[in-house]
Design a protein around this ligand. Structure first.
Ligand SMILES: *Cc1c(COP(=O)(O)O)cnc(C)c1O
Length: 385
């Protein structure tokens, strides 16, 4: 068996068609989109086309798409950009305790700058309470940021419902949709969002390029000042090839979703059902409100890190939580927010599927993993069968 890649929530390979679409913009079409001569016009045309494609997939307008240097930058621009712009209206922000660090850390920075942040808890299924969120909105609340789906446990939050409330209360609403764009049907109007982040490398595009949807009328103070690129919202010579790649990857994902996603979801269900056969194993997060490609389980009496190393020796690439938390001794903030104990959270495993995974690979994982768990448990002082 070749290597089995099951860490698509961390990143995905760039599709061949995407590389093909990008190549001309490294070579003969290398122009700067701001130049007036034909090289520049060619680059400008490619950027315009990419922006149009992204806008159409999201049901947004051309001018509502801002290209960024990735998902983290899109999150930072949405949160800091809106907070700084509207700080005279109020200084209260609301988010959840399970956000990606690209949302939590800007929030913490804003707290150091004098803003106040409410971190909403989630229930044991990983879900935000819409009612609790509504109750947390104050006179001085200017922004709510809740992720569309969580990168560790795959739980899908009730974004459209939350958006209906923020709309009614006149509060801006941002969602980090980095895990859902390319996987779910995204319509910014149906989701009732003002700001939405995405990242190309999570849907088979290149790394280091992302986009932020900014609803018409929403103003942001830029993070990067310089030229008038991206309608003065993000200065810097555009990453033309990367942006072309993002749009191509999104277009392909959108066109193929109805065929690809049900197949991935079937593989996911096989994996979940198989893993739950292992004694003392539980699913992290809701089974139903769940990304079609996410498996996250806690396997008691083992160390997730040891399991990962053993799986790696068998050619299986997985994660024990978020890529950012691996390597640190603290269990992930997301698993702790679910109410897991330290011990249980340490035995967590995330398998995230993608379009190239096969039934044979799932068979291989389900044959390989249980004996490893058994062996690790035999070595554990805490375990007695
Ligand atoms: C990967 C990820 C990000 C960061 O995106 P980058 O493009 O890697 O900066 C932000 N939020 C979520 C939910 C993610 O999964």
């Amino acid at each position: 068996m070749n290597a089995v890649y099951l860490d698509h929530a961390a990143t995905t390979p760039v599709r061949e068609e995407v590389i093909e679409a990008m190549l001309p913009y490294f070579k003969d079409k290398f122009g700067n989109a701001s130049s007036v001569y034909s090289f520049g016009r060619e680059a400008r045309k490619a950027l315009d086309q990419a922006r149009q494609t992204v806008a159409e997939v999201l049901n947004a307008d051309f001018n509502e798409i801002v290209f960024t240097g990735g998902g983290s930058e899109a999150d930072n621009l949405a949160i800091k950009g809106a907070a700084w712009e509207y700080r005279n209206k109020g200084r209260h922000l609301i988010t959840s305790s399970i956000e990606h660090h690209a949302v939590l850390h800007p929030m913490q920075q804003l707290e150091r700058e004098g803003f106040e942040v409410t971190y909403l808890p989630v229930d044991d299924q990983g879900l935000i309470s819409v009612e609790e969120l509504a109750n947390a909105i104050r006179e001085d609340t200017i922004l709510v940021s809740i992720m569309h789906a969580n990168n560790e446990i795959g739980v899908i939050e009730p974004i459209a419902q939350i958006g209906a409330i923020t709309k009614e209360r006149g509060v801006l609403f941002h969602t980090d949709a980095v895990q859902t764009v390319g996987v779910m049907d995204i319509d910014v109007k149906k989701l009732n969002v003002d700001l939405l982040s995405m990242s190309a490398h999570k849907f088979y595009g290149p790394k280091g390029v992302g986009a932020l949807y900014v609803r018409k009328g929403v103003r942001l103070i830029p993070l990067i000042h310089g030229g008038s690129h991206e309608s003065r919202r993000r200065a810097g010579t555009e990453n033309v090839a990367g942006i072309v790649g993002l749009a191509k990857a999104l277009e392909l994902a959108d066109a193929e979703r109805s065929v690809v996603v049900p197949r991935i979801q079937r593989l996911r269900d096989r994996l979940i059902d198989g893993l739950l056969q292992i004694p003392h194993t539980r699913l992290n997060g809701s089974r139903t409100e769940r990304l079609p490609n996410n498996v996250s389980v806690s396997i008691e009496f083992i160390e997730g890190e040891s399991l990962l190393l053993n799986l790696d020796l068998k050619g299986i690439a997985a994660s024990s939580g978020s890529a950012c938390t691996s390597g640190s001794l603290d269990p992930s903030h997301v698993l702790m927010a679910l109410g897991l104990t330290h011990e249980v959270a340490h035995g967590s495993l995330r398998l995230s599927l993608g379009r190239e995974n096969t039934d044979a690979e799932i068979d291989y994982v389900l044959e390989t993993l249980p004996p490893i768990v058994e062996r690790l448990r035999e070595m554990s002082p805490l375990f007695s069968s």
